[in-house]
Design a binder for this molecule. Structure first.
Ligand code: SF4
Length: 227
């Protein structure tokens, strides 16, 4: 049973500075991009650091101006692969972007803006039906357009498991939503990622500095379980 509260979460993230400019998904949406462009940016961050993804996003943007399904499809596969090359699995990613752009063009007339008018569940289902879009990517897009989702990345998953929250993506997301208010989701989501980067690191977490260590299973077990 996890006794973590909203106050504990806020205490933990108070240890870190949140710079929204360091989160590509957040940064692009604060610049008023289309849902399609924001989705592409979020997809670039999959299994990649925000730093590298931001570099690739800027290169794509410089090359295409506006990132739309048609502008992506105007590139040759070779050129798209070249632009994505700094990110791992660039061939696979090029493939996914081409498939995404093709589906959005043929099925939705080149725009995903209609998603803004859907209720959150429907919008999430629609996003997740697109090639290369899983629950985390859909939740990041939705959170950034003001919907009450709580995306769980690898940092948040690790922290949650260490604290004793059990289960997979949906369970962990639901846990955080159950102890927070919707108005907290964005700040705590970004804060926990930063907390995972700086304090609750994968290797040698700084438990001595952690204000919630008395509630942490990992700490109480002497750092043996769970990783
Ligand atoms: S006590 Fe250590 S392992 Fe637990 S949440 Fe804090 S930093 Fe992470």
């Amino acid at each position: 049973m996890v006794s973590l509260t909203r106050d504990d979460a806020l205490k933990a993230i108070s240890l870190v500075k949140i710079d929204e400019g360091e989160f590509l998904g957040r940064w692009v949406f604060t610049r008023g991009v289309s849902i399609f462009e924001g989705l592409v940016a979020v997809m670039l961050t999959q299994n990649t650091s925000d730093k590298v993804a931001t570099r690739v996003y800027r290169d794509l943007k410089a090359r295409l101006g506006s990132i739309t399904p048609s502008s992506i499809l105007s590139l040759s596969r070779l050129e798209l692969e070249g632009l994505l090359r700094p990110i791992g699995s660039f061939r696979q990613r090029a493939d996914r972007l081409i498939k995404l752009a093709t589906v959005v063009n043929t099925k939705y007339g080149g725009s995903l803006e209609f998603i803004r008018n859907m209720d959150t569940d429907e919008a999430r289902r629609t996003l997740m039906s697109l090639p290369g879009v899983g629950p985390k990517t859909a939740d990041v897009v939705l959170l950034n357009i003001g919907r009450p989702t709580f995306p769980v990345d690898t940092h948040i998953m690790r922290i949650s498991h260490r604290l004793g929250v059990v289960g997979g993506y949906e369970d962990v997301s639901l846990f955080w939503r159950s102890i927070l208010s919707p108005g907290d989701y964005l700040r705590v989501h970004l804060g926990l990622i930063e907390f995972g980067r700086r304090i609750c690191r994968s290797r040698r977490p700084h438990c001595g500095e952690c204000p919630i260590r008395d509630k942490c299973m990992y700490y109480r077990s002497g750092g043996t379980i769970p990783r």
